[in-house]
Design a protein around this ligand. Structure first.
Ligand code: AMP
Ligand code: GLY
Length: 414
């Protein structure tokens, strides 16, 4: 089978790696750090393939899967109708309410006066989200009314996130442990993927701004089969059925971002694709034939034989970012030590925001999140040690990363 992976980041690098075990893979467009992976600049819909796997949300929201399907192609990824789950938080919340999926109570607001009035007449903390796509950076959680007001003004005026912020979802702040659960869906059926936990904040100890994700690990010790079953029954399957009722045939990954509250798991968000960096810890542990499972889902005929299974080991991913990420990453620095990091036993380095160096020599930084360093080992502690050992070998001026990824789960006391 020939598979075209669409995208250019570390998640797509991990997808290419996992799919290469059983298929011929080409990544469109990929990036120059994807060692040993075939990449092409041909637009994805013109690449010859048996299956397309779309990594990022933006092309899905933009209807890429519809365009490929219209040409007779088989796609693992929802059409623009299903991708609205991620493309519009207001639409997503409305669907969740209709399907009675547990989620934070919310208001959708587009008028500045009304939004400010709403803040002043409710009690914080407030959670203020852009309706549209903001690369994981459009959410502010704050107990400060002044900060909330400033954020509402910046978003609604279009200054902060352009049109994506001209409508807001302001919701109740939930408390608890966060968990990501992804499922492979074929329009009617869904099978869960191994659990993963993501680190959204920039700084150690969960400080600083929200980012696209600074690290992840899998499996999550507290995410047992019972919790997974609960999330499938109460969140994933009702959402899939609600989509079907609205005429949406959802084929691809449905990613539930959850808060495990005292009242049970509640959905914070849905994404319509693999998480980044969750994919980098889940896909290396994929034990079965990922290409066959994605193809079955894309064809609408998932069966128990396609249910994903995972290796018993653990994976930890540390994201290396440019200084200034996420607001204004400073790029163009030469990346040192990548080869040495890749030689660490048990380590894999997936590349994202990189470009070829001057005269084609080495790589330079070219984006916010630059590399995803993954360690695998028999348990979280050893996987974590491998990830940080490889991380210590990579450098560029003012490189940014968190030093506490998987620390608590691995018993490192952080
Ligand atoms: P989202 O992109 O909607 O998942 O939001 C990004 C991050 O903001 C989440 O991972 C949470 O840490 C936080 N967050 C989002 N919604 C809420 C909420 N209702 N209560 C508390 N924290 C939230
Ligand atoms: N890591 C969160 C996301 O992919 O949206």
């Amino acid at each position: 089978m020939k598979v075209c992976v669409v995208g250019a980041g570390a998640r797509e690098h991990a997808l290419a790696d996992a799919l290469s075990k059983s298929a011929d893979v080409v990544v469109a467009p990929g990036n120059p750090g994807m060692d040993g992976v075939s990449c092409t600049d041909i637009p994805p819909e013109h690449v010859g393939a048996d299956l397309w796997v779309v990594g990022p949300e933006a092309p899905l929201v933009d209807g890429l899967a519809d365009r490929i399907r219209a040409r007779g192609g088989l796609v693992f990824g929802p059409g623009a109708d299903g991708a609205r789950l991620e493309g519009s938080k207001a639409w997503m919340k409305d669907l969740l309410s209709a399907a009675r999926v547990p989620t934070a109570s919310y208001r959708v607001l587009a008028d500045q006066g009304e939004a400010l009035q709403y803040l002043r007449t409710t009690r914080g903390p407030w959670v203020i989200k852009t309706d549209g796509l903001a690369a994981g950076k459009g959410v502010l959680v704050t107990s400060s009314l002044r900060e909330a007001e400033k954020d509402v003004r910046a978003k609604l005026s279009g200054d902060a996130f352009g049109d994506a912020g001209r409508r807001l979802v302001i919701e109740e702040a939930l408390e608890g442990e966060e968990l990501s659960l992804m499922a492979v869906c074929d329009g009617r059926r869904a099978y869960p993927v191994a659990s993963a936990q993501d680190y959204k904040r920039l700084g150690d100890g969960g400080t600083g701004t929200n980012t696209g994700g600074m690290g992840a690990y899998s499996p999550v010790p507290f995410a047992d089969g019972e919790l997974e079953g609960q999330v499938m029954e109460r969140a994933v399957l009702p959402t899939l059925h609600a989509l079907k009722k609205r005429g949406v045939d959802y084929r691809g990954v449905l990613y539930a971002g959850l808060m495990l509250t005292e009242e049970g798991p509640k959905v914070l968000e849905f994404n319509v694709r693999f998480g980044d960096p969750e994919a980098q810890v889940v896909l290396p542990r994929w034990a079965g034939d990922a290409a066959a499972t994605f193809a079955s889902a894309a064809e609408g005929r998932l069966s128990d034989a396609d249910a994903p299974t995972f290796s018993k080991d653990s994976a930890v991913c540390v994201v290396l970012a440019s200084p200034g990420y996420p607001e204004s990453p400073r790029v163009g620095a030469r990346i040192e030590g990548l080869r040495q990091a890749r030689e660490v036993p048990g380590a894999t380095v997936y590349s994202a925001g990189v470009a070829s160096g001057p005269l084609g020599q080495g790589l330079v930084t070219a984006g916010g999140r630059v590399l995803a360093v993954v360690g695998r080992g028999p348990d979280l502690a050893s996987a974590r040690q491998i990830a940080y050992k490889a991380t210590s070998l990579v450098s560029w001026p003012d490189m940014v990363y968190r030093s506490d990824i998987a620390g608590i789960a691995a018993g490192a006391g952080q």
